[in-house]
Design a protein around this ligand. Structure first.
Ligand code: C6P
Length: 411
């Protein structure tokens, strides 16, 4: 693609996003993405024309609200190629999805002496639920340590997978290193070992086609707000036969079949796991976000994000005091570039970049054990979405070039 074709595409895409402002580079997409107008319009339309409590009323508006909510579920199912909508549970976010498994599945399936295997690169949301599950059940939580660039080889995985491991939980893409784990291979090996496999897709589902049948994971968790959708809506995919066997996580309205003074029988999937009034407008917004993804297509999305990552890492090499964490190969970063600057604290880097109208994240990125393992308790991170442009990368690089001078270094 020529530079001018790319710029035309930039323009076409960016006009859909009201908060992508001229002269400001939003590069914190791993935290949350900006929203296209169609997502906001879909939610406004829902409240303007269809709102009622879904799944409860027999009157027109409630039926329309139910249809909107369930159509969103079908859109999610198709997006990740799940077998049926019963396998799609709406939650608040990836964290809640992981907590649901961390509570319900572990309660009935783990006992003292069993092992849970996770990696040190996990986000706290894919770590703390398993720490708690281990405490409750007496299971042992073990950490697989990757190479310093994030690589986990098949041999490393096999070596960590003892017969006692009943559960493996792993992110598909690290929110710090940007590296991708070979989930398909690891899930297959885990299954050969008799282990259940949970995949954290918070940083992968927004950036690459994720097919749960192909990966053959037992659970997949992700958040709507990291993929152009609204906050407050997340997804847990689970294999039907496993979800069927699990006890509910939250109890209340609409998750029951029948209630007596002494107890209750529970609704069928997926409603068994969706207690209380649901986030219908969130689901509607996520549906619109998925439609928008489909209209661009992952071929273009991945080409654009790979291009930006390669361009940014190439330009960062121009600056001797910038050090990128993880692999030197841009293809292994999936739009996430975490870096350190000699002599400047990451929070100062973020503050100075803000004064240059470049929005990035600084800190521990909710992955403190990983940062400790890598030897730096705080870092700075730029993360791309397909709507970012080379010009925004140039803004980042220009700002990075002046940072040490602004901090008073004589250069
Ligand atoms: N990472 C980041 O800036 P929630 O907050 O529930 O939507 O997503 C949690 C989560 C789980 N797994 C991974 C790999 C993640 O990156 C995140 C969220 C954001 O890196 C916010 S801390």
């Amino acid at each position: 693609m020529t530079k001018s074709e790319r710029m035309q595409e930039d323009e076409r895409i960016r006009k859909d996003f009201p908060l992508l402002l001229e002269g400001e580079a939003y590069l914190d997409n791993a935290a949350t993405t900006q929203k296209p107008q169609c997502v906001m319009d879909a939610m406004t339309d829902y409240y303007t024309n269809h709102n009622a409590n879904p799944l409860r009323g027999l009157y027109r508006l409630s039926v329309e609200a139910t249809d909107a909510y369930e159509n969103a579920r079908e859109a999610v199912r198709a997006f990740i190629n799940a077998g049926s909508t019963e396998e799609i549970i709406f939650t608040r976010n990836a964290s809640e999805s992981l907590n649901l498994v961390g509570y319900s599945w572990t309660a009935d399936n783990l006992k003292p002496g069993d092992e849970i295997l996770i990696t040190i690169m996990e986000h706290h949301s894919n770590m703390l639920p398993w720490q708690q599950a281990a405490k409750r059940t007496g299971a042992v939580l073990r950490y697989l340590e990757p190479e310093m660039d994030g690589t986990i080889t098949e041999e490393m995985f096999r070596a960590a997978l003892t017969p006692a491991v009943k559960l493996v939980c792993m992110t598909q893409v690290s929110n710090v290193l940007g590296c991708e784990n070979d989930i398909k291979t690891f899930a297959r090996i885990a299954h050969e070992n008799g282990s259940v496999f949970v995949c954290d897709g918070a940083q992968s589902v927004p950036h690459m086609p994720v097919d749960v049948k192909d990966l053959d994971v037992d659970f997949l968790a992700f958040s709507g707000h990291k993929m152009l959708g609204p906050m407050g809506i997340g997804v847990l995919y689970g294999k039907r036969e496993i979800l069927d066997q699990m006890s509910p996580f939250l109890f209340g309205g609409e998750m029951i079949e029948y209630v007596t003074r002494d107890g209750a029988t529970y609704a069928e999937l997926p409603h068994k796991f969706e207690a209380g009034t649901v986030n219908a407008e969130g689901a509607v917004g996520l549906h619109a976000a998925i439609d928008y993804y489909n209209s661009i297509g992952f071929d273009r999305i991945m080409e654009r994000e790979d291009h930006l990552t390669e361009y940014a890492m190439g330009r960062m090499k121009e600056i001797p005091y910038v050090h990128v964490l993880g692999s030197e190969d841009p293809k292994k970063h999936h739009g996430i570039i975490t870096f350190l600057i000699d002599g400047v604290h990451p929070h100062d880097v973020a503050a100075i970049l803000d004064s240059h109208k470049v929005d990035i994240r600084a800190g521990h990125h909710c992955a403190q054990p990983l940062l400790k393992y890598l030897g730096s308790m705080s870092t700075t991170r730029a993360s791309f979405c397909f709507y970012n442009t080379e010009e925004e990368v140039d803004m980042l690089i220009d700002a990075l070039k002046s940072i040490r001078k602004e901090m008073g270094y004589a250069e």
